[in-house]
Design a protein around this ligand. Structure first.
Ligand SMILES: [Zn+2]
Length: 262
């Protein structure tokens, strides 16, 4: 059976039972987001939300840090900061974030996939299987990565350049033959400006010492868990640069270049 069919079967089983959303424990699935990807694209790299505050809304997710000081990944209750050197560091509760998405991960479907699959095919297979492209999906993958290419963002000084400029000089790292975990989300196309449309995924290696924002991979022996949700709780800054940022423009192309270019 192809990976596409395995996912389709997994989602269909849940859809028939009508329990895709686990209505009995709705709060468990609420996505909490601080600020918007559009503001980050515009160089709003300082926020007032601390990681201590963020942890009250979830222990699974991704984001960044004030001054754009690296990529964040969180799962199993621990937050990590992956800095420009590609290494992972613990996060102090007092650290602040200008953009992050977290939740309490409680997967709806779980799929085991031993055969080799790549980033492009993985996205296509999940896309084919999901019951709707208009709701939200959190994805967790534990696998052996024959190859994975990640990037991190380097800490910025004021005046902050837009993210598309930072992305031109982002350090990229390739890891081979490494066990690790992916944490990410699939947002609908209509989320443009609010979050990254399509997939946005971060990686941490098995030793929890290195990782980053995922650009490409080939993986095998994968355990894939997906949490389906229709709840999004977003809080935007009520002070600072966010208030004056020009957030009305179409940033589709800039997001594509800053977040997805391999
Ligand atoms: Zn990222």
């Amino acid at each position: 059976m192809a990976i596409d069919d395995v996912f389709i079967k997994a989602f269909r089983a849940h859809r028939q039972e009508g329990d895709l959303f686990h209505h009995d424990s709705r709060l468990a699935h609420e996505l909490f987001q601080t600020s918007t990807i559009g503001a980050l694209m515009e160089g709003v790299y300082d926020g007032e939300v601390t990681y201590g505050e963020l942890a009250k809304h979830g222990d699974f997710g991704l984001g960044t840090f004030n001054a754009l000081d690296g990529e964040m990944i969180a799962f199993d209750g621990t937050f990590y900061q992956m800095k420009a050197d590609g290494k992972a560091y613990p996060v102090a509760p007092s650290a602040k974030t200008p953009f992050a998405v977290v939740m309490r991960f409680d997967p709806t479907v779980k799929v085991l996939w031993e055969e080799l699959t790549d980033w492009g095919h993985f996205q296509q297979a999940v896309d084919k299987a999901v019951p709707s492209k208009n709701i939200f999906y959190a994805v967790k993958v534990q696998a052996i990565f024959d190859y994975i290419k990640v990037r991190t963002v380097p800490r910025q000084e004021k005046p902050y350049p837009p993210l598309v400029e930072v992305a031109k000089h982002q350090p990229a790292y390739v890891h081979e033959g490494m066990r690790g975990t992916l944490v990410g989300f699939r947002f609908p196309d209509y989320a443009q400006g609010v979050n990254v449309p399509g997939y946005h995924v971060h990686f941490l290696n098995g030793e929890r010492t290195a990782g980053g924002h995922v650009l490409d991979f080939r993986m095998r022996d994968a355990t894939v868990e997906i949490d389906v949700t229709s709840d999004l709780h977003m809080e935007v800054p009520d002070c600072g640069d966010f208030l004056d940022a020009d957030l009305g423009k179409d940033q589709t192309e800039a997001i594509e270049r800053a977040e997805k270019e391999r």
